[in-house]
Design a protein around this ligand. Structure first.
Ligand code: BT5
Length: 319
């Protein structure tokens, strides 16, 4: 894409780049270059133009625009196709529609805000504009529908790895889908399966993460990376790393099966070894969270010594 290439030129040089040089290298007229620069400026790029000197990039907008996300992403299939929205009801709805229409594996839907962002069981996901990462991605794994929860675990591991690598912060996973820092919720994962027919079978992974939310605007019990690090963080850097890690872990999952993912998951888990209460619809079980089963279920030993498995639910840590 031509605008991407123009940005590449401008980003490589902190100084002015001559319009002649750019238009010559890209094989476009100076008039066409000027038009593309106007489009970039309209999208929030601060670019100055000085006669005889050329163009200079002063600043980029804090937006998760596809041309920025794909820049130096270096993935095989993840994020090769990105749908970007300023405002949507829920990125899940868009991704589910795209999946039905046959969008390929690795398709990503991003939004700056969601009016009906959702969690599990129709719960709400608070998605303030330009503050967090709200994304849904399509996977087409060759697994049985009952193995879908493993993709939630794989995504959780990928988020923890990305936050550690890019932000230097250690997060923890509360089974099945919460990402925590210091026992406060930083993010959540929502996995939805479309298995109406064999042909349209696909999974949408939804990820919501609080990045630059100020403490006072967060829901009770929640935190953000900004609150933890006391500074504004790059949503773009983190998003790119999450996509890279999900791709890497998904490839491991496909080649080597569940074990390496579950092994990694155990390292990030805050639930294992603790006394927990798991609530699922009207049922609840209390006991020690022993381990994760091969299908992603949580194994709990109750006070009578009986081990039971939960495939879904909300975990409360008792002590
Ligand atoms: C989740 O559900 O944690 C999964 C959230 C997935 C959100 C993403 S955003 C992109 C994609 N598009 C969507 O529409 N959804 C996905 P659950 O475990 O059910 O937790 C929901 C609960 O978390 C709510 O009932 C609140 O208590 C709490 N909550 C809501 N917004 C939050 C936020 N921004 N930060 C922390 N906690 C929040």
């Amino acid at each position: 894409m031509i605008q991407e290439k123009i940005l590449d030129f401008l980003k490589r040089k902190p100084d002015y780049v001559s319009g002649d040089q750019i238009s010559h290298r890209l094989g476009i007229t100076r008039q066409a270059l000027w038009k593309h620069i106007q489009i970039l400026k309209d999208s929030g790029y601060d670019i100055v133009a000085v006669p005889h000197l050329g163009y200079r990039l002063i600043s980029s907008p804090d937006r998760l625009m596809p041309l920025e996300v794909t820049r130096e992403l270096n993935t095989k299939f993840m994020g090769k196709k990105i749908y970007y929205f300023d405002t949507v009801s829920s990125t899940m709805d868009i991704a589910l529609q795209l999946g039905i229409k046959g969008s390929p594996e690795g398709t990503v839907v991003l939004a700056e805000t969601q009016t009906k962002g959702r969690g599990r069981l129709g719960r709400n996901w608070f998605s303030p504009k330009y503050k967090g990462i709200y994304l849904s991605l399509i996977l087409r794994p060759k697994i049985l529908p009952n193995q879908t929860p493993l993709l939630t675990l794989m995504s959780a591991v990928s988020i923890c790895e990305a936050v550690k690598e890019k932000m230097g912060l250690t997060t923890q996973i509360k089974w099945p889908n919460d990402i925590l820092i210091h026992h406060k919720k930083l993010g959540g994962i929502l996995t939805e399966l479309n298995a109406e027919t064999d042909l349209s079978r696909f999974v949408v992974i939804g990820i919501g993460l609080n990045v630059n939310n100020d403490k006072k605007t967060l829901p009770a019990g929640a935190t953000s990376l900004k609150e933890q690090r006391k500074e504004k963080m790059s949503r773009l850097d983190l998003l790119q790393e999450i996509l890279r890690k999900i791709e890497a872990n998904y490839l491991i999952f496909q080649k080597k099966g569940t074990k390496p993912i579950i092994d990694k998951w155990r390292d990030w888990s805050v639930s294992l070894g603790r006394r927990v209460r798991v609530i699922c619809q009207k049922e609840h079980i209390e006991g020690e969270a022993l381990d994760i089963d091969i299908d992603g279920g949580l194994l709990i030993r109750n006070d009578a010594g009986l081990t039971q498995k939960m495939m879904a639910g909300d975990v409360v840590h008792c002590r």
